[in-house]
Design a protein around this ligand. Structure first.
Ligand code: NAD
Ligand code: MG
Length: 396
């Protein structure tokens, strides 16, 4: 079993110290809001961001953080000036990001997007922190290595992704054999009802408009291609003791049932709520307790009906590609993730069409051989190679 249940401090009686990696993003800002409205329960160590030094400085001052780290070194002077007159230390660069994760804190919220979050998340796992994991690409790209660090360091992984939080809340970890399977629900994204021909010329603006969730650009495009659900299959495989064949996907346009666990006696347990990431984030922040979140309470009478349908892998080939990558194993999921990151960025820049995203991922998976990965350096080398192959396909 991947998820360990170490004895934990109760956030109600003792402030829990937290670092947030990627605090200026969609998950990061929601986390900062929750921390701000629960200042008695938490103290803040480090906050980190990619390049938005202004928002990072505001957040650090608001929460009384010890350290603020900006990945973009050219923004260091601006950050330092914005924090002058405070006790908050300003730092910049990738090494400082990893250092922020290694600073003592009870919990690290891993909410950087993409494989860029890999090194700091590994660092947090290594030192045995509780890791509230939003950054699913880490588990996809380096699942086995990350879990090995979690287990060696005595860390605890608490999923933030809404589906995995749902499963985490209803999974009987003491009796994993009583679980027959898990079902990840998927909204189906903005193009759920579009034909392949209609999807061929959708614009990034249209693809970014998710019907239920307000999220960062990369995950919004992943939701539109359903690669997000593909990545989540791999994420679930690493987080929960179930076989790949026992992980199903079910399209559920209302995003009210966040996922389900089926038991051998025929019982099916689900976790529900309005589609608001503040609920799973609050669950992770307070785990094993609970804390108040400002999410709207679910009213099933208002929702009225819940719909479900099987996913269509013809129109959404990303689902098939992710399953195949997991079946192939070794570095195939790393290759899938890296190629997808490059293809999504190219789509957002208007350099490739929407349907080409999955085509590029498939070509890169066919071109780069899957190989064994024994270290983080191996992962980073494969990731780099897959990115180069993806870029060469885009540039020809
Ligand atoms: P986002 O783009 O809104 O934010 C990303 C954060 O990472 C920002 O703080 C950004 O500054 C930082 N960042 C980006 N590149 C960086 C780099 N190279 N180095 C250091 N920092 C960098 O993304 P998001 O939507 O908040 O998603 C974050 C993660 O959470 C993703 O892995 C996503 O799949 C996952 N997730 C998000 C949601 C959601 O509702 N947004 C839901 C489930 C899972
Ligand atoms: Mg999700």
């Amino acid at each position: 079993m991947a998820v360990s249940h170490a004895p934990l401090k109760n956030p109600q009686t003792q402030p829990r110290s937290i670092s947030v990696l990627g605090s200026t993003g969609s998950i990061g800002c929601n986390t900062v809001d929750l921390l701000e409205s629960n200042q008695n329960a938490f103290t803040v160590e480090a906050l980190t961001a990619g390049s938005n030094w202004k928002l990072l400085a505001e957040q650090a001052i608001k929460l009384g953080a010890s350290v603020a780290v900006i990945n973009d070194e050219s923004a260091y002077d601006d950050l330092k000036n914005a924090l002058s007159g405070t006790k908050i230390k300003a730092c910049a660069g990738e090494a400082a990001l990893v250092e922020a994760a290694s600073m003592p804190s009870d919990m690290v919220v891993a909410s950087i997007v993409g494989a860029a979050g890999l090194k700091p998340t590994m660092e947090a796992a290594k030192r045995g922190a509780m890791v509230a994991l939003a950054n699913k690409e880490c588990l996809v790209s380096a699942g086995e290595l990350l879990l090995a660090e979690v287990s060696k360091g005595g860390a605890t992984l608490i999923p933030v992704d809404s589906e995995h939080s749902a499963i985490f809340q209803v999974f009987d970890f003491d009796n994993p054999k009583s679980v027959a399977g898990i079902t990840l629900t998927a909204s189906g994204g903005p193009f759920r009802e579009l034909s392949l021909a209609e999807m061929a010329d959708v614009t990034p603006e249209r693809a970014l408009k998710h019907p239920n969730w307000d999220m960062g650009a990369k995950i919004s495009i992943d939701s539109a291609t359903m690669m997000n659900k593909g990545l989540e299959i791999i994420e679930a495989f690493h987080l929960f003791p179930v076989a790949l064949e026992a992980i199903e996907v079910l399209v559920h346009p209302q995003s009210v049932v966040h996922s389900l666990v089926s038991y051998v006696d025929g019982s099916v347990l689900a976790q529900m709520g309005t589609p608001d990431m503040r609920t799973p984030i609050a669950y992770a922040l307070a785990w094993p307790g609970r804390m108040k979140a400002p999410s709207k309470m679910l009213s099933l009478a208002d929702v009225g009906r819940l719909d479900f349908e099987a996913p269509d892998e013809e129109r959404f080939p990303a689902l098939r590609l992710a399953r195949q990558a997991l079946q192939t194993g070794k570095s195939a999921p790393t290759i899938l993730n890296a190629a997808n990151e490059i293809a999504v960025a190219a789509f957002l820049q208007g350099r490739v069409g929407f349907l080409q995203i999955a085509e590029i991922v498939e070509s890169v998976l066919e071109t780069v051989d899957s190989s064994a990965m024994g270290s983080l350096d191996d992962v980073l080398a494969i990731d780099d190679e897959a990115r180069k192959v993806a870029l060469s396909l885009i540039n020809t």
